[in-house]
Design a protein around this ligand. Structure first.
Ligand SMILES: [Zn+2]
Ligand SMILES: [Zn+2]
Length: 293
């Protein structure tokens, strides 16, 4: 493992133990996600992917027009490493709660018996083949969203490595003003305020982190302060940013108010109570919430 990967693993463990102490209701869910995120980090450390080259001409156009660098289907995936991780995710799910456990066991059976071909499942995950997932979920008798969650979880290390390499094409000193990830064009999963209140967004698909404008809706690019507002969680560590124009919300962690270690994707799952609160108000998550356990 590289120094950065060891640091990430430490950050995950510390964030989980701090949140478990603060909000014991999340204990079981966090136990699952801690193992999942650590397994993803370990997979990442074993992987080597060919860099994705973007020729100078299309790159100049993408920069000028503020297009994302690549489409989601154009990421490179280490199929072998993803297949090993997929089996590990099935095993972890099998030990988790009543939503995940049967799905993990059924998918593992499918992989063992050959009903499910792992390389096909993984490449269909990348190409977002909805018909394939509909049929596979039906034949395995697994909820489609849970199947997508497990499949996507297993290609996530590849996506994240690709995004790190592609980020070298991005000028880090310029604010990205668009409502999507500069690497892959997906919506952000969560937002973080740091330092003097600078805002950073984290991609729901490739994990890329980017510096964004402070006041704007990252889904419809609305900048009108009159139609943008937020409400706080009880503990005030988080707030939910709401856009009246598109009726979408994003959760924001204010690290200036938190004295504990933070790992954005752990915060994302440890705040499902805020998703419920927002959805009760008729608001919609700006990115797919595949798992609501
Ligand atoms: Zn992305
Ligand atoms: Zn909006």
């Amino acid at each position: 493992m590289t120094k950065k990967e060891i640091e990430t693993a430490e950050q995950i463990k510390k964030a989980v133990s701090a949140i478990k102490a603060l909000r014991p209701a999340y204990k079981d869910l966090l136990a699952f996600y801690e193992k999942l995120f650590l397994a993803q980090e370990t997979t990442k450390s074993h992987m080597r992917l060919q860099p994705i080259e973007i020729p100078e001409d299309p790159l100049a156009i993408k920069r000028k027009e503020k297009f994302p660098l690549i489409a989601r289907k154009d990421f490179t995936i280490d199929i072998k490493a993803s297949e090993t991780l997929l089996r590990e995710i099935c095993r972890l799910a099998g030990e988790a709660n009543e939503v995940l456990a049967p799905a993990g066991l059924k998918l593992m059976d499918g992989l063992d018996s050959g009903t499910v071909d792992a390389p096909t499942l993984l490449s269909k995950t990348l190409s977002e083949n909805d018909v394939y997932f509909d049929e596979m979920a039906k034949s395995l008798e697994i909820d489609k969203e849970v199947l997508l969650f497990m499949a996507h979880g297993s290609i996530r290390p590849s996506l994240s490595l690709c995004a790190e390499q592609l980020a070298t094409y991005i000028d880090k000193d310029t604010l990205w003003e668009k409502g999507y990830c500069p690497v892959c064009g997906s919506p952000p999963a969560i937002s973080i305020l740091r330092g003097e209140g600078e805002r950073f967004l984290f991609c729901s698909f490739c994990n890329h982190e980017w510096h964004s404008q402070r006041i704007y809706c990252p889904f419809c690019e609305n900048k009108d302060q009159k139609t943008l507002h937020y409400f706080f969680s009880e503990e005030e560590e988080y707030r939910v940013d709401v856009c009246d124009q598109c009726r979408k919300y994003i959760k924001t962690i204010d690290t200036r108010k938190i004295k504990r270690p933070v790992y954005p994707f752990i915060e994302q799952v440890a705040t499902l109570h805020l998703d419920m609160l927002a959805q009760h108000q008729g608001l919609q998550s700006g990115h797919p919430l595949w798992l609501k356990t």
